[in-house]
Design a protein. Structure first.
Length: 202
């Protein structure tokens, strides 16, 4: 190999290595930025949870129910075990107070937690324990939406094709029922309609 070719080859290698290092640095900067942003979000989340916890102590039992549900919602996608603690507290306190509305919502929330944890049969049992005739419009929407979400996830773990088809049908029935409970013209109404069209009409 001539000296000129050798020099050209060496420059090409150095240039390629420089480009790779530059790309790696760019990816590292993006990763650092994502980690920093995640840390900021986590700090904000912890601040909200800390404020809610401090408010629980001096509240009436009725107001605690509302705060327990807020705590559950905040923990739902953040920390499973803590979400479970607050949904159990909601169940116990709503039962003690005889508050049927909050009790039913706590049952639905418990079912959603079980579904997130892969306990699909248990989640279905929780939902089936609810008398739908006792639910208001909001409760009915939550009930049908929880069923829809349950079957959507459950069918991914079913191997039998016929059972998959039955669950797919249950998904559609519950989504349509949820749409019927939503006020027409709202953003959520159009979102659900769009979801139905995307999943079941294509």
């Amino acid at each position: 190999m001539s000296m000129r070719r050798l020099l050209t080859f060496f420059i090409a290698i150095v240039h390629t290595a420089w480009i790779q290092v530059s790309a790696d640095n760019q990816y590292l900067q993006q990763l650092d930025s994502a980690i920093s942003e995640r840390s900021r979000i986590m700090d904000a989340k912890e601040k909200v949870l800390s404020d809610l916890r401090s408010n629980i102590v001096n509240q009436s039992k009725e107001d605690r129910l509302k705060l327990y549900e807020q705590m559950y919602q905040e923990y739902l996608t953040y920390r499973y075990d803590s979400a479970l603690v607050y949904v159990q507290r909601s169940l116990n306190l709503s039962k003690e107070l005889g508050n049927a509305t909050y009790f039913q919502r706590a049952v639905i929330n418990y079912a959603l937690l079980d579904a997130r944890g892969g306990l699909y049969s248990e989640a279905a049992d929780f939902l089936h324990s609810i008398d739908i005739n006792t639910l208001n419009d909001t409760g009915r929407y939550e009930y049908y939406n929880a069923h829809y979400w349950l079957y959507m996830n459950w069918r991914n773990y079913v191997s039998d094709e016929e059972e998959k088809k039955r669950m797919f049908k249950r998904m559609e029935i519950n989504l349509l029922n949820a749409i019927a409970c939503e006020k027409e013209g709202t953003a959520n109404y159009y979102y659900l309609k769009g979801e139905h069209q995307y999943i079941f009409e294509n």
